[in-house]
Design a protein around this ligand. Structure first.
Ligand SMILES: [Zn+2]
Length: 529
C-alpha cells in the first residue's frame, strides 16, 4: 500500500472514532426510577441509548440526544420476556403483536406445549423476513417432531422412529431452537412414554438447550406428572421448565402446598428446575381435552368415525360424567367456548348453555353429546374455569416462578380468547403488586426479565445495564393495569407509556408506533454447531 493511501485510511479511521464520541445519543431517558431486573431496589438514573444498545446509565446525563424522553414519575425497566407463548399462525396476520407490546413484552419464546414449527431454521429466517414488533425465540415441539415421523399413531415409537425423531431435534437445536418442549395432554404427545422423552431431551441437552413441559396432568395426577418432568431432567441432564404451573379442578385446590415443595426439593438435589404461571384462575385449551385420548388418534376423519359409533359415544359420556364427579360438578358450565369455527355465535358461551340452546336436556349426559357434536364439526378452543385464587397466589410467591401469557398474537376483536394474552404482566403489576401486595415490584420485574433471560440463555437482554440490548419498558406503576376480561377480552393493558425494542420506540406516549424492530433469537446450539 502506498504511504499516502495509508495516511488517508488512518485519517478516516481517526475521524470516525472522533465523531463517534461526539454524536448525540439516539435516545436519552431522563429522570426515571430505574428497576434493573436483578431484583435490587429502584434508583434514580438516566439511560442513554445509541442504535440498539444501552450505552450509559448514570444520574444527570447532560448530553445531546436525538430524542429525549422525560420519565419523571415512571419506572424504567428491561423489556419483559414472555417464556411461554404460541405465536404459530398469528405472525403474518398481526406482525405488530399489539397485545404483547401493550403488555410490556419485548421478547417471546414460542414453540411451547410440544407445538412448534417443525423446521426451526426456516422459521427463524421467516420471522426475520417478516419483521415483528417483538423478538422471537423458539423451542422445538415434540408433537410436531412425532407427527412428522409417525403421524398421530397411538403407540410407542420403534427404534428406527426414535432415531428419526432424534435427528429432527438435533437439526432444530443446530438451527437455533432454545430447547425441546412437550405437550403431554395433546395428540400425539400423550401417546409417548417417558423413555422416548428422555431420549429426545438428551439431544437438546447436547446443545445446552432446556426441557419445557406441559405436563401429562395438572389435576388429580399432578404429583406423578411433576415426578416425570424431574425424571426427564435427571436422566437427560437438562434444565427443566414446567409450564403454566397450576392445580386444576376443585378437588385439587390447595395442593400447591404439596407441589411447590417438590420443586424446592428438586432444586436442593441439584436439578435446575423452574416454573412459569399465568396470573388467572382459568385455563385455555382445546375442547378435545374433555375427551379420552384414545378417541383422538389418527386425525379428524378417524375422530369423526369413532364418535359416530354408539358404543364409543357411551364411553365418552361415561368418561365426561366421571370427570365431572371428580370435580364435584354436575354440568359443563366451567367450560366456555373461546372460538368455535363452525358457529361463531357460540363464542363466549359455556357448554352447559350451548347444550340448552341446542334444545337438549339440562343433563351432563346431554352436554357430552353437545361436546361430541362440536368435536365432529372441527372442535373449538375453550376457556376452563378451574383453579383457585389462593393457589395462584401461593405459586406467584415462589421465587423461581416466571410470568408467562401462554398466548399467541391476538387478532383484535376475533373470538373470545383468554384475557392472559392481553394482560398477564399488567395484571401482576396492577392487581398483585400494587393492590394486593402479594409480591414486590422489583421482584415481579426480576421474574419478568433477568430470571427468564438466564433460564432461556438470552444473553443480551433481561437487565438494564450498559452494553445490554435496548429492550426497555417505561411504565406508570400507579396506573398499570390489565383491562382484558373474560367477558370483554379485546382490550389492551394500560400504563405502558414507552416501549423500546432493540433501541426503537415501539410504544410512544402509550400508542403503538407501528415499529417492527424485533429479531429472531438463536439458542445456544446455533453457536455450538
Ligand atoms: Zn400448555
Amino acid at each position: 500500500m502506498k504511504q499516502t493511501s495509508f495516511l488517508f485510511l488512518l485519517l478516516i479511521f481517526t475521524s470516525f472514532c472522533f465523531s463517534q464520541s461526539h454524536v448525540p445519543y439516539d435516545i436519552l431517558i431522563k429522570n426515571g426510577k430505574v428497576i434493573d431486573g436483578t431484583g435490587n431496589s429502584w434508583y434514580y438514573a438516566d439511560v442513554a441509548i445509541q442504535a440498539d444498545k444501552i450505552i450509559l446509565i448514570q444520574k444527570n446525563i447532560n448530553a445531546a440526544a436525538t430524542k429525549v424522553i422525560d420519565a419523571k414519575g415512571l419506572v424504567v425497566a428491561p423489556g419483559f420476556i414472555d417464556v411461554h407463548t404460541h405465536l404459530e399462525g398469528g405472525e403474518a396476520k398481526t406482525p405488530t403483536a399489539d397485545n404483547f407490546i401493550y403488555d410490556g413484552v419485548t421478547t417471546v419464546i414460542t414453540g411451547n406445549c410440544g407445538a412448534s414449527n417443525a423446521d426451526i431454521g426456516k422459521y427463524l429466517l421467516w420471522i426475520d423476513s417478516l419483521h415483528l414488533s417483538v423478538n422471537v425465540a423458539s423451542l422445538i415441539g415434540h408433537n410436531d417432531v412425532r407427527k412428522e415421523v409417525m403421524g398421530r399413531a397411538n403407540r410407542n415409537a420403534t427404534e428406527a422412529e426414535l432415531n428419526k425423531m432424534e435427528l429432527l431435534v438435533d437439526k432444530a437445536m443446530k438451527n437455533g431452537a432454545v430447547g425441546f418442549s412437550t405437550g403431554l395432554i395433546y395428540i400425539p404427545g400423550t401417546y409417548s412414554k417417558t423413555p422416548e422423552l428422555i431420549r429426545l431431551a438428551k439431544i437438546a441437552a447436547k446443545y445446552n438447550g432446556l426441557y419445557a413441559t406441559h405436563m401429562r396432568d395438572e389435576g388429580d395426577s399432578v404429583t406423578q406428572a411433576i415426578e416425570e418432568a424431574l425424571t426427564i431432567g435427571r436422566q437427560a441432564n437438562i434444565p427443566i421448565q414446567i409450564s403454566h404451573f397450576k392445580l386444576s379442578g376443585q378437588q385439587n385446590w390447595g395442593r400447591s402446598g404439596q407441589t411447590l415443595p417438590m420443586i424446592i426439593a428438586a432444586r436442593k438435589e441439584g436439578l435446575d428446575v423452574t416454573i412459569d404461571q399465568y396470573p388467572y384462575t382459568a385455563s385455555s385449551t382445546s375442547l378435545s381435552t374433555l375427551l379420552p385420548d384414545e378417541v383422538l388418534a389418527d386425525g379428524q376423519d378417524s375422530i369423526v368415525a369413532r364418535l359416530n359409533r354408539p358404543e364409543i359415544q357411551k364411553d365418552v359420556t361415561a368418561y365426561i360424567i366421571k370427570k365431572l364427579k371428580n370435580r364435584k360438578l354436575k354440568h359443563l358450565g366451567f367450560a366456555v367456548v373461546a372460538y368455535y369455527k363452525a358457529d361463531t355465535t357460540l363464542n363466549g358461551k359455556s357448554i352447559e348453555a350451548i347444550n340448552l340452546i341446542k334444545g337438549r336436556k339440562h343433563k351432563a349426559s346431554d352436554e357430552s353429546v353437545t361436546v361430541m357434536e362440536m368435536m365432529m364439526q372441527g372442535g373449538a378452543s375453550m376457556i376452563f374455569h378451574g383453579m383457585s385464587e389462593p393457589d395462584v397466589k401461593n405459586i406467584m410467591q415462589y421465587d423461581y416462578n416466571m410470568f408467562a401469557s401462554d398466548a399467541g398474537i391476538r387478532e383484535f376483536g376475533v373470538g373470545s380468547p383468554h384475557p392472559r394474552g392481553y394482560g398477564t404482566n399488567a395484571r401482576v403489576l396492577g392487581k398483585y403488586v400494587r393492590e394486593e401486595n402479594i409480591i414486590d415490584l422489583e421482584e415481579a420485574i426480576r421474574r419478568m426479565t433477568s430470571l427468564p433471560a438466564q433460564k432461556f440463555q438470552l444473553k443480551n437482554i433481561g437487565l438494564l445495564k450498559e452494553g445490554m440490548n435496548a429492550d426497555i419498558v417505561i411504565f406508570n406503576a400507579t396506573e398499570v393495569m390489565d383491562k382484558s376480561t373474560f367477558e370483554q377480552p379485546h382490550q389492551f393493558a394500560q400504563g405502558f407509556i414507552f416501549v423500546l425494542v432493540n433501541g426503537k420506540l415501539t410504544i410512544e406516549n402509550a400508542k403503538h408506533t407501528g415499529t417492527k424492530a424485533g429479531k429472531a433469537q438463536y439458542g445456544p446450539g446455533y453457536i455450538l454447531q
